[in-house]
Design a binder for this molecule. Structure first.
Ligand SMILES: [Zn+2]
Length: 100
């Protein structure tokens, strides 16, 4: 009877230890998942900001509009548009403007 109690006590201790280890592993797993999610969100944010920077229109300044000859071109990394006649252009090889 006494040795059975001792075995039960030891088993309880082992189960307790296993529960602790499982709990800690679960915590670590959740932390890891949260970190991955956070990194994903950060990457998406950086990607969004750089995309916005590439697409943002600024004043072209030097080139007059090939359509209406007014110095009213806005450009971004790949496109240009005229605020006077609303013509849109795309930059081709060598920086030349092509009508869209
Ligand atoms: Zn124009």
């Amino acid at each position: 009877m006494q040795s059975k109690d001792l075995i039960n006590q030891k088993l309880n201790t082992i189960i307790h230890l296993i529960n602790n280890i499982m709990g800690r592993m679960k915590e670590l797993f959740i932390e890891q998942q949260q970190e991955l999610e956070y990194r994903g969100a950060e990457d998406a944010m950086i990607h969004g900001l750089s995309r916005k920077a590439r697409e943002e229109y600024i004043e072209e300044g030097d080139t007059p509009c090939p359509n209406c000859n007014m110095p009213t071109l806005l450009r971004n990394e790949s496109n240009a548009k005229c605020t006077e006649c609303a013509q849109e252009f795309v930059y081709v090889d060598g920086g030349a403007l092509r009508f869209l």
